[in-house]
Ligand binder design. Sequence first.
Ligand code: NAP
Length: 206
Amino acid sequence: MKHITRTGIMGGTFNPIHFGHLLLAETAYQQFGLDEVLIMPTKNPYYKNLTNTATESDRVNMVRLAIEDNDHFRFSDVELERDGTTYTVETLRNLTQTHPDHRYFFIMGADSLYHIESWKEPEEIFKMAVILVAGRDGGSSSSLKSQIAYIMNKYDADIRLLESPVLEISSHDLRRRVREKESIRYLLPERVREYIYEHGIYKERD
Ligand code: NAP
């Protein structure tokens, strides 16, 4: 029988990547028996204005540093290679066409699931990937469960709850901490912390 590779996709702006993102990806890997997780920085999200001091190459370097000690995480540049706005549906189309022997599991936090209907062609996304969603409260809130049921019924989507411990860390708060000279130790990998200070990132206002 043909082997199907179970591939997770952890997409993000990663501005910067932190332990919340990494823990989500690691939990998905374990809970759903994935073979690998692609850590995939977005190129140019239309919904975020990346005007602060982290360049695309800074975001990429930080992601590479963050995952270098995990052999089932794989850096993916598929979105960086494409010009223009990043749309998940196009990424999945590209991946499913080039790798028909992979089954894709798109990993996300709860906020993304609440907004997914405003993404480009959500119904196509659901045909190409299983969605793994974690809540910031451990995934158990009744409003998240009803959002999952609503999306599953409306789109015949396959959405599974990720049972991940909650780390109250956000990229926005990390940028604020750097700007206000507060510690970011223990919130993200040490190599990423060093990179931020060595390159003077996030010293200015977003
Ligand atoms: P991000 O801010 O870097 O976050 C990446 C993911 O990590 C999000 O799902 C976020 O969940 C989750 N996360 C962040 N901090 C967390 C924590 N402490 N604990 C647990 N989870 C945490 O990236 P993003 O800008 O939201 O983008 C996420 C992906 O969605 C990307 O691949 C992007 O291309 C895609 N996207 C696509 C479209 C489209 O196709 N139209 C639109 C928007 C996003 P929350 O969502 O809960 O913050």
